[in-house]
Structure formats: C-alpha cells, structure tokens
Design a binder for this molecule. Structure first.
Ligand code: ATP
Ligand code: F1X
Length: 308
C-alpha cells in the first residue's frame, strides 16, 4: 500500500477562459471541480493505476465533506483528522489562447498542535503497513515548517518517505533525508538559491542532494521533460509535445507513476518512463482530474528515456 499525507487539501476549482484579461471582466466558459492537494492527487492517480493507496490528511467543514464523498465514490480509502473552518478552495484559471494556467491557492484554515499530533499518530499507525509514505504540499497556518522533517526523522526507519514540497518545508525536510523527492526546477532554484540555466547545472544539484542521503531525486521541468538523479543512475526524459488542457497535478501524477513502477519491481528508468507518461496524460486532461488509462496507454510509446 502507498499512503499519502495531505495536511492542506483543497477543492480545486478550474475555470476556463478564452483569453485571460488582467484588470477586466473574464467570461468563464466552463468550470470544473475536483479534490486536490498533492497527496490526494497522488492517491487518485495510484488508484487509476491499480495500486492500493490510503489518503491521510486534515478535512474541515462542507468542502472537506465534499472531498470525503468524492473519495468514497471512487473507493479511495481515507482517514482524516477533522479540522476547524473549511478545507480551502484553490482557483485555477486556464487560458485557452496561451494554454497556460494561473493559480490562486488559499492558505487553508489554521490547524492546532493537537490536530498535528493526531495526524502524526495516524501516519505512524499506517507506516508499517505501507511501502511508501508520500508527504505532499503546503501546510496550513499554525503548522511549523519543520513538520515534514519531524515526520521523516521519526518514520523513515519504518517506511520509504517521498517528499514533494516547496520552500522551507522542502529545505528542512531534505535535512532529514527522505528516500525520494520530486522538486520542479523552480523549487530546486529556490533550494539552491540560484538560477539553473542548463541540464548540467540541474544534474549537479541533484547529485548534491544524493550526497545528503536521498536515494532518488526526480526533477520535473514542465514542458522540457524531466530528469532523474538516483543511486541507480541518472536518466532524462525527452520532452513530448501534446495539447495542454491543464498542468495542475502533472507533478503528482508523475510521483504516482514513479512509485507505481517501483512498487511493481521495475528498474528506475522504466519507473521514470511510466512517471513521465502519467504526467503527460495528466497534462492532456482538463482541470486537476487524473488521467484516463487509455490516454496513458496512448502516450506511453512516445516517452523516450536516455541515460545521462
Ligand atoms: N506544457 C507541458 N507539455 C508537456 N508535458 C508537460 C507540460 N507541463 C508539464 N508536463 C509534464 O508533466 C511533468 C510535471 O510537470 P511540472 O514540472 O510542471 O510539475 P509540477 O510543477 O510539480 O506540477 P504540480 O505541482 O502542478 O503537480 C513534466 O516533467 C512533464 O512530463
Ligand atoms: O498550495 P500547495 O499545497 O503547495 O499546492 C496545492 C495544489 O496547487 O497542488 C496540487 C497540484 O499539485 C493541486 O491539486 C492543489 O491545488
């Protein structure tokens, strides 16, 4: 089983506009709603791939209940701590003319230490039955920036930990040596506090992270593809040009594909190929809904992985 933890889930509301006008009226052509937050997206994609998963997190108010109903309908098991206020709503605006997404992520209702202790308890409870524990996304107000580092330190002997976070959460988490991380280039630049202009520079950063005890660093580069720096070699995935419907959650689908591959005993290069195929299929899917298996199968032959 692969367990995911989302401390700051969201209802992702995607609005489609023909062309985004700043400071003016935008007529929305279509609106979609889907449960989001990085861990939840990973679990949605894993379920699509046929891998058992469990969603942990904090759910609050009517929006939290809406997410719970969705997970029930999709037969995705979950065990949430009940928070106060409302689970946040994140607005994503897709501009058809440029095929780009503009995101407005709320901060999430504050959470107190008691809720965090409860969630740590749950993570500990499920760790031993899990092959991987995915820690993903931002944290709501009231949660300390060393939360992931705390979780990694206390659970990494029981379960392989995957971290997908940003800023201080990522920086501090890395110090506790998770097994796998999946930064995008922007997150890597923030981590190393400099612009990364070339593949060589990105690979060098990945190798620095490997020396800190991380076994696998999956680096997503948006339309430019992805890189893997790992204890089993370094690989790159060549970019694939596809019609873009939404890039939201592409990185989460990538994590799901990679873990699904590893959990089925695939070599890292093959797991990376599956990861990139899942991400590509996600990009071709509207809103932050996960990909359809037929789309995944149709893109898989186009994914090329090269050793670097
Ligand atoms: N415009 C695009 N065209 C083709 N593939 C894309 C595009 N954007 C993303 N991808 C695919 O999705 C993968 C992950 O994308 P990205 O680097 O944007 O992840 P991310 O920033 O973690 O996303 P998120 O946090 O929204 O999940 C890329 O490595 C690539 O395979
Ligand atoms: O605000 P965070 O927690 O950093 O990111 C949250 C989020 O943007 O990430 C997912 C895509 O990866 C979305 O489902 C969700 O809205």
């Amino acid at each position: 089983m692969i367990t995911t933890l989302t401390l700051n889930p969201a209802v992702d509301k995607t609005s489609v506009v023909a062309g985004l006008t700043f400071g003016g009226l935008n007529r929305v052509q279509e609106t979609m709603q889907s449960p989001g937050g990085k861990g939840i997206n990973v679990s949605k994609a894993l379920t699509r791939l046929g891998t058992n998963t469990l969603v942990l997190g904090i759910s609050a108010g009517d929006t939290g209940k809406w997410i719970e109903r969705y997970l029930q309908e999709k037969n995705i098991p979950y065990d949430f701590v009940q928070g106060s206020g409302q689970t946040r709503t994140n607005l994503k605006v897709f501009d058809q003319s440029t095929e780009t997404i503009t995101e407005f992520n709320e901060s999430g209702s504050p959470v107190d230490r008691k809720m965090i202790d409860e969630i740590i308890q749950k993570a500990r409870q499920y760790a031993e039955q899990s092959e991987f524990l995915v820690l993903g996304g931002s944290v709501p107000a009231g949660v300390r920036e060393d939360i992931y580092s705390e979780l990694i330190s206390s659970l990494k002997d029981k379960v392989k930990i995957v971290l997908d976070a940003d800023g201080a959460l990522l920086a501090q988490g890395i110090e506790a040596s998770p097994c796998i991380i999946k930064p995008n280039v922007y997150e890597l630049e923030k981590l190393f506090n400099r612009k990364l202009e070339s593949e060589e520079e990105i690979l060098a950063c990945g190798k620095t992270l490997l020396r800190k005890g991380i076994a696998k660093v999956v680096i997503s580069m948006g339309a430019a593809g992805s890189l893997l720096v790992s204890d089993e070699g370094c690989y790159k995935v060549l970019p694939v040009k596809v019609p873009v419907k939404s890039t939201v959650g592409a990185g989460d689908s990538m994590v799901a594909g990679f873990l699904h591959g590893l959990s089925r005993g695939r070599k890292v290069a093959e797991a990376l190929r599956l990861a990139a195929a899942c991400a590509t299929a996600a990009v071709m899917t509207e809103g932050s809904e996960t990909f359809a298996v037929e789309v995944l199968e149709s893109v898989l032959p186009d994914i090329q992985v090269q050793e670097v």
